[in-house]
Design a protein around this ligand. Structure first.
Ligand code: CTP
Ligand code: MG
Length: 214
């Protein structure tokens, strides 16, 4: 069956503060161009959700649609714009995607129909209570969820339709699938897959780009 990469890139980048985030450049290349370039050689088609009124740079091997008001709605629209059997959903805001993570994900999807990249949590975790130390949350067994996340398209579409009808909102797709009772396989992610969210993340992105682009 065919495989599609779905890239939600329709956010406004409020926290970064440099305009629509997918178009922000790191070392001369946009976050979107980096994400598309990582996925295009590994899939049959790349679909990108963009903010209304913005166009896909013409040198990118992808097809663009208009995104929605939330990430979830953007992914829902992307899902309805493809007929691929397998979909990989990946944030444009995670520009450094190692090929081996995509391969591991594609291998894991057939197990249950859903898999995500994730990393074991490394920091000590503590519950804050009114700005004070409220007690340690054992980090054993805790994972930080990343993208890409991979699914049988029909399964993810069912999960989105259910969430939409019930008014349930989430910041990732694997959570919507797990809500249906379907197990999600955790695949080792990569520290370089961090999401560019706040201004401080740009310094890190520049440091990674210096090695990545070499
Ligand atoms: N996204 C999207 N459609 C939206 C909102 C977000 O496609 N309506 C995408 C973003 O473009 C990004 C990914 O979802 O690639 C993760 O979202 P986030 O990091 O929150 O990006 P923004 O929403 O752009 O940033 P902010 O929340 O700071 O405004
Ligand atoms: Mg956002």
């Amino acid at each position: 069956g065919r495989t599609a990469a779905l890239i939600p890139a329709a956010g406004s980048g409020t926290r970064l503060g440099l305009g629509p985030k997918a178009f922000v450049e790191v070392a001369g290349r946009s976050l979107l161009a980096r994400s598309v370039a990582a996925l295009a050689p590994l899939v049959d088609e790349v679909l990108v959700a963009l903010p209304e009124g913005l166009e896909l740079p013409e040198d990118l091997p992808a097809r663009a649609i208009v995104g929605g008001p939330t990430r979830q709605e953007s992914v829902h629209r992307l899902l309805r714009a493809t007929s691929a059997e397998i979909v990989l959903v990946h944030d444009a805001a995670r520009p450094f995607l190692p090929t081996n993570v995509v391969h591991a994900l594609l291998e894991a999807i057939p197990e249950t129909g859903a898999a995500t990249a994730a990393l074991p949590v490394a920091d000590t975790l503590v519950r804050g209570e009114g700005g004070r130390w409220g007690g340690v949350v054992p980090r054993e067994g805790l994972w930080a969820v990343q993208t890409p996340q991979g699914f049988r398209r029909e399964l993810l579409l069912r999960a989105h339709q259910a969430a939409h009808e019930e008014g349930f909102g989430a910041t990732d797709d694997a959570g919507l699938v797990n809500r249906l009772g379907v197990p999600v396989t955790l695949v080792p992610g990569d520290a370089r897959l961090f999401k560019v969210t706040a201004p401080g993340d740009l310094a890190l992105a520049h440091a990674v780009a210096a090695v990545w682009d070499a």
